[in-house]
Design a protein around this ligand. Structure first.
Ligand SMILES: Nc1ncnc2c1ncn2[C@@H]1O[C@H](COP(=O)(O)OP(=O)(O)OP(=O)(O)O)[C@@H](O)[C@H]1O
Ligand SMILES: [Mg+2]
Length: 285
């Protein structure tokens, strides 16, 4: 499975580019195109409705983060309250209500959705149509943070079980420790996939948009492809970005919607020749 992450500033063309990439990759294997943007637009782009749908050979998913979060939190609440007295339940209940409505938890939901798809190994290619730069960066660092967090919880649990063993004897392992070990392994294996993803950054040829591309490159430490989109004329590329592979897309007078000539051009004449050169796709072309 090869993970393609598509990032960029708001409105630069991430959805357009990730859709084109997904359609091209579907000629080489099974593709899931998943949106982690809270304001999904893949449905609008393809003219389809629903949380999941098919566009040619591509399976598309736009997870409904608020409703997934609500379901998750209700589940945690049920588990938590199994071992808690009714008076304490009353005190704790409001925190679960906050958690299920807190938009900062949506990133976590999206991360879990992508992780699930990555670990399931059902797809040859996974293309992530991301939210704007800030969300993209949070996504990357949240995953790293979770690995560290599970490691710490594991360390504490091991310490506790060792102490319990010293005092009362008994097992040094319990279900919770095994649960944490599995979670940590899962998160670490996802983190490795994320680190080795194929990172596509879309930018307009404007100073502000290219500056964000530089910030992303500096923060993430890599960038595999820079797509300069909506080009109207000559532009200045900052030095650090010049060493990144680049494709250039002109600004079309009509928006490149699915099925339009301009979208076909982006796909077939601009992105396909680039993909054909990628070493890991060559044997699949
Ligand atoms: N090369 C182009 N020429 C003209 N219009 C374009 C071009 N590429 C994309 N657009 C238009 O720009 C708008 C934004 O494109 P798109 O939705 O792909 O960007 P995005 O980065 O995904 O946006 P968002 O941050 O809102 O998710 C759309 O209306 C799209 O049709
Ligand atoms: Mg978009």
């Amino acid at each position: 499975m090869r993970l393609f992450m598509v990032g960029g500033k708001g409105g630069v063309g991430k959805t357009t580019v990730s859709s084109a990439l997904a359609l091209l990759l579907s000629r080489r294997g099974k593709v899931l195109l998943i949106s982690t943007d809270l304001a999904h637009s893949l449905g609008d782009f393809f003219g389809k409705e629903g949380e999941t749908f098919k566009a040619e050979g591509v399976q598309v998913r736009q997870p409904d983060a608020p409703s997934i979060l609500k379901k998750k939190v209700r589940g945690w609440e049920r588990d938590f309250f199994k071992n808690i007295s009714p008076t304490l339940q009353e005190d704790f209940s409001p925190f679960f209500r906050y958690a299920e409505k807190d938009p900062s938890n949506y990133d976590l939901v999206m991360l879990e959705e992508v992780k699930k798809a990555v670990l399931k190994e059902e797809w040859d290619f996974l293309v992530v149509d991301s939210g704007p730069t800030g969300q993209f960066l949070r996504f990357f660092f949240l995953s790293k943070k979770l690995v560290d967090w599970y490691k710490l919880l594991l360390k504490w649990r091991k310490k506790y079980l060792a102490l319990r063993h010293m005092v009362k004897g008994g097992n040094r392992e319990d279900d919770f420790l095994i649960f944490l070990k599995n979670k940590e392994q899962e998160q670490e294996s996802f983190q490795r996939k994320l680190q080795s993803c194929f990172l596509v950054w879309v930018s307009e040829p404007t100073e502000l948009s290219l500056k964000q591309a530089q910030t992303a490159l500096r923060t993430i430490g890599k960038m595999d492809l820079l797509v300069v989109n909506k080009i109207k004329g000559p532009f200045h590329l900052p030095k650090p970005l010049r060493k990144i592979h680049r494709v250039e897309i002109p600004h079309y007078s009509r928006e490149p919607r699915y099925g339009s000539n301009s979208f076909s051009e982006i796909k077939e004449r601009i992105l396909d020749p680039y993909l054909r050169k990628l070493y890991f796709l060559r044997e699949k072309s």
